[in-house]
Design a protein around this ligand. Structure first.
Ligand SMILES: Cc1ncc(COP(=O)(O)O)c(C=O)c1O
Length: 385
């Protein structure tokens, strides 16, 4: 097709395609095992599929109400209260969205204005920065030091000023597999007390914590909950990332503004899937035992690579493990990940891409949300490297 001849200036000039697509393409091209992108290679529960068939065969094929079907919002309200002892009003404080990414984008678009500053912790998941920049706002980075990725709250405090509009947190964290502690939450509450700062809390891995750790949801802390929007992903919770369904929780005044944006951005999420998931969660909420499922996968994978030359970094949550390759190579992590994909037929994610300045910690991120046979094959390869 001939090129568009008009004046065109990119709104995101330095943004290429996401590393997840890049590594997945490279994995496919090289017929490599793909442990790069964060999705399970096993099927969701058959009961859930049965319910989907039931609702797709029914008559529910038109637009859902903008905020989501009331039944699913009621169920989510009940579950959030059960998990975090915080009551969210289904009518005004819960919005069903097509995936956490869409919810995060709607929240930042609604609540961040030009020249505002938004504090984020890096390494960070990739969807925050473009959404901040597209509002004409500025991401302000707090760089967490490898390998512990601990937050220096005094440093964060020094970054807060009259332009600071929001702070984005993500626990359990992708890509570091670290968790916020109760002490971190205390610092966050102290820092935001008597300010207008709101918090975007990305909690898509809320059910994937290991070794007895408890998820520190902002919903557990009334003083944080009252200024926080929580982004959750049913894709992560039900092993259905391709269905793109999630939800936002938050106080009515913030949610009202978000809904104003969301109604013109997307309007509403898939109706039959909402119905199926609602019935599934009503009946099967106790089956959400991701900590045990993924804990076993983590232990299996890490045990199998014990004899390799990779060093495993602490993995307290999510379905990602960071492996340090500094005993094997001095290379840039992207080059090393590429080599592993092309020569050893296993794809991972370099962690430098999660930093604005591409800091190379010689660490790769592997997704272990895979069947045992995939993890076994992956471990065999890694032991040969
Ligand atoms: C930290 C984090 N937030 C948000 C998302 C996106 O979730 P969804 O697929 O529901 O949009 C992901 C997906 O990998 C993630 O890792």
């Amino acid at each position: 097709m001939p090129h568009y001849q008009g004046q065109m200036s990119s709104k995101l000039p330095n943004m290429g395609s996401s590393i997840f697509s890049t590594m997945t393409q490279l994995a496919n091209k090289n017929s490599a095992l793909n442990l790069a992108q964060g999705f399970p290679d096993f099927s969701p529960d058959k009961e859930l599929i049965k319910l989907c068939k039931k609702y797709f065969n029914g008559k529910n094929h038109q637009y859902a109400p903008m905020a989501g079907i009331p039944e699913l919002r009621n169920t989510i309200s009940r579950l959030a209260e059960h998990w975090y002892t915080q009551k969210y009003d289904p009518a005004t404080e819960i919005t069903i969205v097509p995936g956490a990414t869409a919810g995060i984008y709607a929240a930042l678009t609604a609540l961040v204005k030009e020249n505002d500053e938004v504090i984020i912790f890096e390494p960070n998941y990739d969807c925050y920065v473009p959404a901040i920049r597209l509002q004409g706002a500025k991401p302000v980075y707090v760089t967490l030091q490898h390998p512990e990725y601990k937050i220096d709250w005094d440093h964060v405090k020094r970054l807060v000023n009259f332009k600071t509009k929001a702070i984005i947190i993500n626990t359990p964290n992708n890509p570091t597999s670290t968790l916020f502690s109760a002490e971190d939450m205390r610092h966050l509450a102290e820092l935001t007390k008597n300010t207008d700062i709101w918090i975007l809390s990305d909690e898509v891995y809320e059910h994937i914590l290991f070794d007895g750790y408890e998820h520190q949801s902002v919903a557990r802390y009334p003083r944080l909950a009252e200024r926080s929007i929580i982004a959750c992903s049913l894709g992560k919770t039900l092993h259905t990332t391709g269905w793109k369904l999630g939800y936002l929780l938050g106080p009515e005044n913030l949610m009202t503004e978000i809904r104003k944006v969301y109604q013109y951005m997307i309007f509403s999420a898939n109706t039959p899937l909402q119905m199926a998931i609602n019935e599934y969660l009503e009946t099967y909420e106790d089956r959400i035992n991701l900590a045990s499922l993924y804990g076993q996968k983590r232990d299996y994978f890490l045990q199998k690579i014990k004899k390799s030359r990779f060093k495993v970094l602490p993995c307290k949550g999510t379905y990602f493990a960071l492996l340090d390759f500094s005993k094997i190579s001095n290379e840039d992590d992207f080059e090393f990940a590429k080599k592993l994909t092309e020569q050893h037929k296993i794809a991972s994610n370099p962690t430098s891409v999660f930093y604005r300045n591409k800091i190379n910690n010689h660490a790769l991120r592997f997704c272990f949300a895979k069947e045992e046979k995939t993890l076994k094959a992956a471990a065999e390869i890694l032991c040969q490297v």
